[in-house]
Design a protein around this ligand. Structure first.
Ligand code: HEC
Length: 434
């Protein structure tokens, strides 16, 4: 589309159409991701992190010492070792993520591609299964007890995480995602007791506000704690508000092949006292009150069936997502043992505010490789929970990939990667579109 027609349409004159970006003409960066095991913020500061604990405490960058070591670190950490008590058999310890970036006056556009392990696309999320009298969870990540002990299938979404920050967050540009990973988190050595989390004066309020029923300790920044980095030493609500006003938090986009991609968006989180969804409303919603039973089922008039069965879950191409206004309808009628419904629904019409900032995300899995394009405004207008970017700025990104039905810490992560909006001294340079 030409400049003139943009103006005639009343659109911003300088705005690229995401579908028409000539991606092959844009240079490709390929950050190295590796399996981190339980290398938490705290572990990195112990004597076990040989001859490096003092340097890490003093703020030295991981890459000062570990440049080019990602593949060997991943290889060591992915099999049983001092930082991995529960390895996944045959998991690869290393992965390259290909990234291209572009921007115009309003948006940052990102194109990713990566090889994904697993037999097919990991495009299914949690389900609920009717056992004849009630609904129960069905399917989980491959190290979950329901899968290992109860014989449920290993079904879990493939995901790409994009953590973003700037110099406002101390040490983020040097130590990246490791700032947010702590011993008390789920699947880490000192996993906090869920009852203690439920009783914590600040953190429990967040769980209530977001309607989250499993009370794990989620990612948090050291700056949100009073002293040390203990999960429960949280600053006061007023102090946290001041940190937000100063931009001392991280922005986190999570694209999910099962839970967001079918709706063409990605979820927008932020990390300060706890990883939480941005303000407003996400298009991703629980299907009913979880174990109270689902509120939506498939619309037989549109897709030809009301529910899925176990056998359907392995049929490629069978609709498996409940999209309001498309595949879903309100629940009605009775159910039989073995009936299965997705535990989440997607309602694009409900999306609003900061939670809806990543309003375009299209990923495709083909023969083991994902290609994903997404966009996000440079200045989202939500400085309380987003990183505000500007042309000429350089920001720090951290990437993570979950695949092959893995959950929790069983992901691949990158050391910090820099991205410039326009030409700049950065690992990834977002090309300025004319
Ligand atoms: C001052 C140099 C230095 C810095 C800075 C540093 N490390 Fe290390 N790191 C080391 C050394 C030395 C080892 C020990 C290697 C060995 O045991 O063979 C190590 C080991 C590790 C290991 C364990 C590997 C194994 O063999 O078990 C991990 C994981 C790790 N570092 C991650 C990090 C991360 C993440 C950062 C940034 C937050 C970081 N390191 C910063 C020097 C450093």
């Amino acid at each position: 589309m030409t400049l003139v027609s943009w103006v005639l349409l009343g659109m911003p004159a300088w705005s690229a159409e995401v579908e028409t970006i000539d991606w092959p003409s844009i240079p490709e960066a390929s950050p190295r991701l590796f399996y981190p095991g339980q290398s938490s913020h705290e572990w990195l500061r112990t004597e076990d992190h040989k001859k490096a604990s003092n340097e890490v405490k003093a703020g030295e960058a991981c890459l000062e010492c570990h440049k080019g070591e990602q593949k060997s670190l991943g290889g060591i950490l992915v099999v049983e070792n001092r930082l991995e008590p529960d390895p996944i058999e045959n998991k690869d310890g290393y992965k390259r993520l290909k990234v291209r970036a572009a921007h115009d006056a309003t948006h940052l556009y990102l194109r990713f591609s990566w090889k994904s392990d697993g037999e097919g696309a990991g495009d299914q999320g949690n389900y609920m299964r009717f056992d004849g009298s009630q609904w129960d969870w069905y399917g989980n990540h491959r190290q979950h007890e329901a899968v290992i002990d109860d014989g449920q299938p290993a079904i879990y979404p493939d995901r790409l995480g994009i953590m973003m920050g700037d110099g406002q967050v101390p040490l983020y540009s040097e130590q990246g995602c490791w700032l947010t990973c702590h011993e008390a988190m789920v699947s880490m050595p000192e996993e906090a007791d869920e009852d203690d989390v439920a009783e914590h004066p600040v953190i429990s309020q967040l769980y209530k506000a977001f309607g989250i029923t499993n009370r794990y300790v989620r990612k948090y920044l050291p700056g949100s704690r009073t002293e040390g980095t203990d999960w429960d030493a949280v600053k006061t609500v007023d102090e946290l508000k001041t940190l937000r006003n100063q931009g001392r938090f991280l922005d986190l986009i999570i694209w999910d092949a099962a839970l967001t991609n079918p709706g063409g968006f990605a979820a927008d989180f932020n990390v300060l006292e706890m990883k939480q969804v941005d303000a407003g409303n996400s298009a991703l919603l629980p299907n009913g009150k979880m174990l109270g039973g689902p509120e939506y089922m498939f619309d037989a008039d549109k897709v030809g069936f009301r529910v899925l069965t176990e056998a359907d879950l392995v049929v490629a191409g069978k609709p498996k997502h409940l999209l309001l206004g498309a595949t879903a309808t309100a629940i009605s009628g009775s159910f039989e043992e073995g009936d299965i419904l997705p535990a989440h629904i997607i309602d694009r019409g409900a999306a609003e505010g900061s939670a809806a900032d990543v309003d375009y995300a299209r990923g495709e899995w083909r023969e083991g490789t994902y290609t994903l394009t997404l966009r996000r405004k440079l200045d989202t207008g939500h400085p309380q929970d987003d990183l505000i970017m500007h042309p000429g700025g350089i920001y720090t990104f951290g990437f993570s990939i979950h695949d092959d039905a893995s959950g929790k810490r069983a992901h691949h992560v990158s050391f910090p990667v820099t991205l410039s909006i326009g030409p700049g001294n950065a690992d990834i340079q977002a090309v300025t579109l004319q």
